[in-house]
Design a protein around this ligand. Sequence first.
Ligand SMILES: Nc1ncnc2c1ncn2[C@@H]1O[C@H](COP(=O)(O)OP(=O)(O)OP(=O)(O)O)[C@@H](O)[C@H]1O
Length: 233
Amino acid sequence: MRGQEQTEQELTEATPHQGRAPRTAHALQLRDIWLRLGREVILRGVTLDVPAGQGVTLLGENGAGKTTLLRLLASGLRPTRGEGRVLGFDLRDGRAVRDCIHLMPVDAGLYPDLTGAENLDFALKMHGQRGDVTGALRRVGLERAANRRVRFLSAGMRKRLALARAHLLARPVTLVDEPFANLDDAGRALTLDLLGDLSTRGVTLVVAAHEPHLARQVAPRALRLAGGKLEEA
Ligand SMILES: Nc1ncnc2c1ncn2[C@@H]1O[C@H](COP(=O)(O)OP(=O)(O)OP(=O)(O)O)[C@@H](O)[C@H]1O
């Protein structure tokens, strides 16, 4: 059991920053995070340290709170209690956190009225990045979707497009929610390939999945959410 004193000291060390990431060996740090949504308490004292570059598979039954935890890490939800840091940035500093993180949501989170290529272009622009959009579409077998609006793509094709986007952005912390859902065998192999590539490049991956045998190939450390608590699996 880690002492509260040590915990606070670690967080304090990473406190000051003037626009730059504080120096920290941890990509993710959560301390006694509680989160209530409506009447339900979803997270009950979650504490977590993820070293930079480590891959984490997040397991848990339907409704356990995996998506909620990912949203919190991406600063899309504020903890009711407790504190956390992403690459040293306080979770409350939403802008700084969103700048170094990418969340691939379970529904892919694409713009339905933009084409496949436009979605990727837009994501790159939002992060001030450049990238090979044509090559990314080719890599996921979606060359023909380049000029098709996303609303006309199948669920699996959207998932492939969202993976292409995550791979193209390669943010230092990449959170992926159910990356294997809606995919055929080739799509699952492709997902492993792309996520594995990100991991090799030093990206810290958190993969929420119901397929531990797949997810752990690219994110070996497994954690399980149950009853609002997070434990090593
Ligand atoms: N906006 C919200 N308001 C209130 N409760 C919510 C909200 N979003 C999610 N919840 C609740 O939070 C709990 C956790 O949901 P979450 O989607 O995080 O689970 P999950 O582990 O990702 O589940 P699954 O494996 O089914 O995707 C559920 O009980 C859900 O009903």
